[in-house]
Design a protein around this ligand. Structure first.
Ligand code: SAH
Length: 258
């Protein structure tokens, strides 16, 4: 087949949940796509901007239940591009942050298919901001790390909780809901104070966002009693205090005005 007949594959970040937080570039790619392969965490509202005859393919991956295995997704991207179609691979947040976008790009590159990466606001940044938590702050934090929570034990590339407990000020943990107890234990074991503030942000940036605040000492119990569910982010660090300060300041301002 003539190389110029290949369609382009756009690996696109949909942003953290609120459909308005998508980029202009991502939106333009959605509008021109012949086929959109989308994930569970990409807001479905965004699909309403697709062409009327665009083919919409759900590749959703609920935790523990993979609707379409990654290899099959890779093969589908290649196959649509070989048919000359313009393809959008729409992913929640940023496609290269725990999104397997790197694997998809490698596959496309290996097959000689033109592709473009369109970055998105990753959910840790979006959800923390929407909850009033700056991931850095001059008084509280000069560094932050994005960490996966689902490689807590016995993986080939395990998360170094021993180092993270001491060397990074703010921890933003993805996919950590089911591992919260183990994560908490690791950090306490490696010397993180039990009084360290923790925020759990469920469905961040969406209309149903919920934020639970505690400390390393009590956060697991809080999460269980409040039935924390996916998708949710765990933010650990002194920056969580800024949220409380913002809320207090707002209340004082309201009291002054009224
Ligand atoms: N590529 C995505 C992350 C995919 S991993 C990104 O850049 O955001 C999936 C994890 O992302 C979930 O387990 C959860 O921890 C987090 N997540 C995604 N959307 C979220 C949201 N709206 N609120 C809270 N956490 C979210």
């Amino acid at each position: 087949m003539n190389h110029t007949a290949y369609g382009t594959v756009y690996i696109v970040g949909a942003g953290p949940g609120d459909p308005e937080l998508i980029t202009v570039k991502a939106m333009r790619r959605i509008q021109i796509a012949d086929v959109i392969l989308y994930d569970r965490l990409a807001s479905e509202e965004l699909l309403s901007y697709a062409k009327q005859d665009a083919e919409l393919v759900y590749c959703g991956k609920a935790p523990g239940a993979h609707a379409m295995p990654q290899q099959q997704i890779n093969a589908a991207l290649v196959s649509y591009a070989l048919q000359g179609k313009t393809v959008v691979r729409l992913k929640g947040g940023d496609p290269f942050v725990f999104g397997r976008g790197g694997e998809e790009a490698l596959e496309l590159a290996a097959c000689g298919i033109p592709y473009e990466i369109v970055p998105g606001i990753t959910s840790a940044i979006g959800a923390a901001a929407a909850a009033g938590i700056p991931v850095t702050h001059r008084e509280y934090a000069s560094s932050f790390a994005c960490v996966t929570g689902n490689r807590c034990h016995g993986d080939q590339s395990p998360v170094r909780w021993d180092l993270l407990a001491h060397s990074v000020d703010t921890l933003a943990i993805y996919m950590g809901v089911s591992q919260l107890g183990a994560i908490r234990e690791e950090l306490l074991k490696h010397g993180k104070p039990a009084s360290t503030p923790v925020a759990l942000i469920e469905r961040g940036t969406t209309a149903s966002q919920r934020t639970i605040i505690g400390t390393l000492a009590d956060i697991h119990k809080l999460a269980v009693s409040m039935h924390l569910s996916n998708p949710a982010l765990i933010i650990i660090g002194e920056v969580v205090r800024v949220r409380e300060r913002l809320l207090q300041a707002e209340q004082q301002a309201v009291a002054l005005i009224s």
